[in-house]
Design a protein around this ligand. Structure first.
Ligand code: 5GP
Length: 230
């Protein structure tokens, strides 16, 4: 978190994110969104298309929280009248600073047509994800995604694809009724119970069955036992 300033290892998180991201990207792809995702290979790995990544993080906000409230003094939890699109320059050393479209064009990080296409895709993804989460009692507060250019072997051209994971690590997800945080803010803000929250998201999406909680824990234990043995 916070560009690597806060670090830890949370056993089992990758397994959950892998499944959640697979589910979301597969659903988006069925709705016509082009993505880098090919298939999940196993519990911790995915096969994806190679893409040249735009050095930009695309952030969509539906409810004000996080850096928006700090930067502009907007009250926490304010429901925005329309989704707010923000751009950040992907540069860890600079803390991924907020930039405008003019910065993107001036420095050639993407051209006007590309940004027009990406903005449209991003707002469509926001609509699809908001509906997906609303259906399982979760508010999609905000999220970050990245895009790249990947080769399409059918058209023999490069095309813009969503090239990122989408998971509770990259989205803010609040329970619809209680506003309980079911995302990475549990780690950022030391709220604890991160794995139960991510498991809750997976279960609500219908990815894990009730007893799967046990198997995630078992797999985690198993992998740490294997590591200790080595
Ligand atoms: P904020 O700007 O409020 O910190 O973050 C806005 C949204 O983008 C949140 O959902 C946050 O999780 C996501 N986000 C922003 N930057 C990053 C990043 O570098 N990595 C990840 N995983 N998510 C990010």
């Amino acid at each position: 978190a916070f560009n690597n300033q806060k670090k830890t290892t949370i056993e089992g998180k990758g397994v959950l994110n892998n499944r959640i991201s697979e589910y979301i990207l597969t659903n988006l792809s069925q709705c016509g969104i082009k993505t880098h995702f090919v298939k999940r290979l196993n519990m911790r790995e995915q096969l994806i298309k190679k893409a040249e990544i735009f050095p930009i993080e695309f952030i969509v906000r539906n409810i004000a929280t996080g850096s928006l409230t700090k930067r502009l003094g907007i009250s926490e939890g304010t429901v925005l009248e329309r989704p707010l699109l923000e751009y950040c320059y992907k540069k860890d050393e600079l803390n991924d600073p907020l930039i405008s479209k003019e910065h993107i064009f001036s420095f050639g990080w993407a051209d006007e047509n590309e940004i027009k296409q990406i903005d449209k895709m991003t707002l469509r993804i926001n609509d699809l994800l908001s509906g997906m989460f609303r259906g399982v009692g979760i508010k999609l507060v905000d999220f970050k995604i990245e895009y790249g250019k990947a080769w399409n072997k059918d058209t023999e051209k490069k095309e813009i694809v969503l090239a990122d994971e989408i998971s509770p690590d990259t989205c803010r997800l609040w329970d619809n009724i209680t506003d309980k945080k079911l995302d990475k803010d549990r780690f950022r803000k030391d709220l604890g119970d991160l794995i139960p929250a991510y498991t809750e998201v997976a279960k609500r999406l219908g990815i894990l069955h009730e007893q799967s909680n046990v198997s995630v824990v078992n797999v985690t234990k198993l992998s740490s036992i294997k590591r200790k043995k080595r």
